[in-house]
Ligand binder design. Sequence first.
Ligand code: SF4
Ligand code: SF4
Length: 354
Amino acid sequence: MLESDIRSILKCVRCGACRSVCPVFEEVGWESAGARGRMLVAQGISQGLEVGSGVLESLNTCTTCGLCRQMCPSGADPTGVVESLRHELVSQGKMTDSQAKLHKKIISSSNSLGDVSDKKKWLGERITEVRKTAEYVYFVGCLGAYRYPETAALTFDVLKQFDVTVLPDEVCCGSPLIRTGFDADDLIAHNMEQIRKVGAHTVITSCAGCYNTLKNDYPAGFDVIHVSEFLSEHLSELELKRLDLTVTYHDGCHLGRCNGVFDAPCEVIKAICDIKEMTTNRENARCCGGGGGVRSGYPDLSLALAKKRLAEVPEGVDYVVTSCPLCLKNLTEAGSDTDVIDLVELVALAMQNL
Ligand code: SF4
Ligand code: SF4
């Protein structure tokens, strides 16, 4: 176990402040399904606790939302401890069937959906507009390319007036592997090589998971920004018309709380229409339940968490806006009464010339 994780475990005074905010504990109700319980499990492992299915379930039902780390009065980092332990256990061959399946799928197809079709199909006729080199590259992501091709195309259409291109052969950023305890070195090396070929100094992502991974798990050598940050910097050039709409915004955990991107999406929304906040937002925003491998490993739990998040949507809004396709998918599939849309879809509605 890493020295920093041991320090984190020792910092934990078992106060339970994290237990009261952990969305998984709230849903499941077992100590081992909460942040404090996971710290106890981690301490047990450090002292030789045998790793059985209960331990694996405790560690793998964490969405890595980061709320416990944010709230801990002792400065402990249960989120980091969970991620490290997943990695340690996977390296010893200790994993759930669902982790093993996810790994196999990504390694065999180079994307998180196991789709072997052309990842650039979403471009359609736009393929002729793709530049070989550019200052910026739009990293589409697996969900963007395969599940939300129209949104990917809209994003390309919005960005193409700037010096933006896409990678010739983008593979999964590695997020689902890294968050569930695996290494993603080959995927990272492949994407790094592609970015070098294009010569881009900045990668633009439209997914919270891609953003977090490209920013924090890739070697240095380029900047990473979210599409909301790029758009907020170019608002004056976008010629947005004001829309008679009121929307609310869901902060994706790996974009907001884990990386501090709160203001840019709201600035873009406020340039277009009115915004009403959800019950919890910014650093305190409740998780949609999709991250950390929970959606693939524990789909019922994931949707139950999404339903709780939807209960925080204020009355009288036309749309729930997100900046992450995984949040969008989870909130939509949890049966949102209000349409859930990507921020770029809202921008496209407001662009006069699109
Ligand atoms: S991790 Fe922090 S908030 Fe949670 S029980 Fe330990 S000290 Fe309290
Ligand atoms: S990261 Fe989120 S889901 Fe995981 S233990 Fe902390 S609060 Fe719970």
